[in-house]
Design a protein. Structure first.
Length: 290
């Protein structure tokens, strides 16, 4: 009862007067004080994420840069912050771009995930063949439907059936990793053929796409992306995080030395928990370069 009473008293009376006194003493509003007391990146942006000033963005997800600039001016006018305070203006602009950009990135990733792989779509087919050529440059694909696909970790003779869960996003991620980290991709593919600790490279890659997607969806990637990008996160940044997962999962798998691939789900969840733990740190940046 006492705790409830104090909470009511603080929310309705004490907090107001405390903010008033602090503004009088510092000549700065609450939002300015929050910015002054936090580092650039996730610490700053997350500190205002629940601040009521974010209501100025409304529920608009597709906030363009020009709209964010107007939002910044409106906030500064409402909070009586001088427009010549360029430091505050720049920092608020970056934070609002990060918040709105994260929402837009999720929608873009979700949109790509919802696109089913279509073997009649020439662009889809070209990406699939590109994946083969990147991973198996010295071996020609004998046919579009062939058991050769198993050599890079698909389940059957037609990879399109393996993309059902993650749609085109799964393929785009696989191609991105193979194109931007070709040597690493080929090395991991080779390791995945280990006689005892081997796993299906492409299938695991698609599974890791689901992991990256779920972490983006539930907001777990905010700290990572806010530290990594001084502005709106883009699709490339999501792909880069996926590359990190692929590289680190391969290391994790061989360090753990599972008895067989039958224990994949158990170790996959253990790896998932490890990544979620890393993402809880406010200063986190998870990139392959690290």
């Amino acid at each position: 009862m006492l705790v409830y009473f104090w909470g009511f008293l603080y929310s309705n009376y004490v907090r107001f007067w405390l903010k008033w006194i602090l503004r009088l003493l510092t000549r700065k509003c609450e939002l300015q004080r929050v910015f002054d007391g936090s580092k650039a990146g996730a610490q700053r942006t997350l500190s205002i994420g629940n601040h009521r000033i974010i209501e100025w963005l409304g529920n608009a997800v597709h906030v363009e840069e020009a709209e964010v600039e107007k939002c910044v001016r409106d906030v500064m006018k409402e909070k009586k912050i001088e427009q010549k305070d360029t430091g505050f203006k720049t920092n608020l602009h970056i934070s609002l771009l990060q918040i709105s950009g994260y929402k837009k990135l999720y929608l873009n990733v979700e949109s790509l995930r919802k696109v089913p792989y279509d073997s009649d779509n020439e662009e889809h087919e070209e990406q699939l063949i590109e994946l083969w050529n990147l991973l198996m440059p010295h071996e020609n694909l004998k046919a579009r439907i062939t058991k050769q696909w198993c050599d890079i970790g698909f389940q059957g003779d037609d990879p399109k059936t393996d993309f059902r869960g993650m749609g085109l996003l799964g393929l785009v991620n696989l191609v991105y990793f193979s194109k931007h980290y070709t040597n690493e991709a080929r090395q991991i593919l080779s390791r995945s053929n280990h006689p005892k600790l081997g796993y299906s490279y492409a299938i695991v890659g698609i599974n890791l796409t689901e992991m990256a997607y779920s972490l983006l969806k539930n907001g777990a990637l905010k700290s990572h992306l806010y530290n990594m990008v001084s502005g709106s996160p883009q699709m490339d940044h999501f792909h880069q995080f996926y590359c990190y997962l692929v590289y680190e999962f391969d290391k994790f798998w061989f360090e753990e030395e599972p008895e067989s691939i039958m224990h994949f789900n158990q170790y996959r969840e253990k790896f998932h928990e490890k990544i979620k733990g890393l993402l809880l740190h406010c200063d986190v940046i998870l990139t392959l370069q690290n």
